[in-house]
Design a protein around this ligand. Structure first.
Ligand SMILES: *Cc1c(COP(=O)(O)O)cnc(C)c1O
Length: 457
């Protein structure tokens, strides 16, 4: 037997097909993007907007290349989807490999191993050591819808509760579960009934301890709904579109304890915060929260459309056969990609990368906060960090939202090759949601652009 000498136990350095650097060679958007944009305006519904209308030619690692050959540092990752990096090679190989075997049969007609394997991986990596089962679907909103259906069937109850500042999707049910009517629900009503919006924990603004915030939420639910009519409480452990609010310690476990005591199914919407984004597989882990059901979507399959509801086996089994599913749910190519993503998280130690990004971003943003008094708060976990911008000098007092600064900074950043997402109920949050492939050098470069952007205000 020949002995193979393994030169190093560390994973091989990734090979990039695009240089990992920012490069702007035209005005933004460039001429080719402007041409494509004209065609789009004539053919694509005006209801679909684009934050930055540069048309993409290629993306790899943490860089997006547009059709005019500009390169952007991608701090959005398609809203937390390409968490392990754009066109990560093992995901590309899995997609190509599976596409050559079979692309579709429909799991509810003739099943396949890839679906089962994803369900096993979800059972292993979601919080909680009890027996778990999953259903796979196509999108985050579909995961929310299925979570609600399952909770209603299991409890025999009608009402659904969510928290202030929540975002759960754009379908007919989920648009009623969002905090903001505009743009998600305005004009699209009537809204689904029996959805209740309870107070959340937003320590920067409410100053409440986790216990006090939970007491306020529970009091609301008991008075406005009544526990005996409540099927589920759906909560993002770190709120995404709302502005990356990190709840006070103890808030989430206290809500779970109340739900458990009252037979309410508590559902973690980890669609944005899950899949290794925050330095843990699921953000609930940071708060010692073990939910009954967990919703996964965005980052699960490296950019392929896939979503899941995972949770306590007895709850997941409450539906009659045929009650859950859908034509494309758990598509085999998407499942193969998801298996590659779980593999890459382990092999490349990506939970540590989340922690590295948190340290680098937080330190860099603290420097900016000392320099500029419009940065009210820096918050988040892992590669899910935000700054809330306030009117000059109000950061420790009235905390007046500064949406104009957020728009100006993100526009300046785009012109200089940094793709930066906004968020926040009041439009005054800049969110950093890079892929775990983003290097410290790219983050430092992006922060220098943001420094210039704030200086230019
Ligand atoms: C994106 C998102 C959704 C909706 O997911 P889609 O795939 O866009 O339907 C739901 N909840 C949260 C927290 C999200 O970030």
């Amino acid at each position: 037997m020949t002995e193979t000498i393994n030169a190093s136990a560390a994973p091989a350095a990734p090979v990039y097909t695009v240089t990992q650097e920012r490069r702007i060679v035209t005005s933004i958007p460039g001429p080719k993007s402007q041409e494509l944009h004209k065609r789009r305006l004539a053919s694509v519904s005006g209801g679909v907007s684009s934050m930055l209308p540069v048309y993409v030619a290629k993306a790899n690692g943490a860089i997006i290349v547009d059709v005019d050959d500009n390169q952007f540092i991608d701090l959005g990752a398609g809203i937390g989807v390409t968490t392990i990096g754009h066109t990560e090679s093992s995901v590309v190989d899995a997609v190509v490999g599976q596409a050559g075997e079979f692309i579709h049969t429909l799991f509810t007609i003739t099943p396949y191993e890839e679906y089962v394997r994803v369900a096993e991986l979800l059972a292993e990596h979601t919080p909680g050591t009890f027996a778990k089962k999953s259903v796979l679907i196509n999108s985050g909103a579909e995961a929310v819808e299925n979570g609600v259906k399952i909770a209603r069937k299991h409890t025999g109850r009608r009402a659904v509760a969510v928290l202030d500042h929540a975002y759960h999707g754009r379908t007919v049910l989920t648009m009623a579960m969002n905090y903001k009517a505009m743009p998600y629900a305005t004009g699209f009503g009537p809204l689904a009934s029996d959805v209740y919006h309870a107070p959340s924990s937003y320590p920067y603004h409410d100053g409440l301890s986790g216990a006090d915030a939970a007491k306020r939420t529970i009091t609301y639910l008991e008075k406005a709904v009544g526990a005996t009519d409540l099927a589920c409480l759906v909560v993002e452990p770190i709120q995404g579109e709302g502005g990356f609010m990190v709840p006070a310690d103890g808030f989430l476990p206290a809500l779970q304890a109340w739900c458990t005591a009252n037979g309410v199914v508590m559902i973690a919407d980890e669609i944005q915060s899950g899949m290794a984004r925050t330095g843990a597989y699921y953000a609930a882990e940071h708060f010692g929260w073990v939910p009954d059901l967990v919703l996964t979507a965005k980052g699960i399959a490296g950019g392929m459309p896939l979503a899941a509801v995972t949770g306590r086996a007895e709850i997941m089994d409450s539906s009659q056969p045929g009650g859950l599913g859908g034509t494309f749910g758990g598509n085999p190519v998407a499942c193969a990609a998801a298996i590659a993503v779980f593999d890459a998280i382990e092999k490349n130690n990506l939970l540590a990368e989340g922690k590295r990004i948190e340290a680098t971003l937080t330190a860099g943003l603290e420097v900016l906060q000392r320099k500029y008094d419009i940065i009210g708060e820096i918050r988040g976990r892992g590669a899910m960090i935000a700054i809330e911008l306030v009117q000059p000098g109000t950061g420790n007092t009235t905390k007046e939202p500064n949406a104009a600064a957020v728009s100006a900074i993100s526009a300046y950043a785009a012109q200089h090759g940094v793709l930066l997402l906004t968020a926040g109920t009041y439009g005054n949050v800049l969110r950093f949601l890079p892929s775990l492939a983003v290097t410290d050098a790219l983050l430092a470069d992006a922060l220098s652009v943001i420094d210039d952007a704030i200086a230019a205000l």
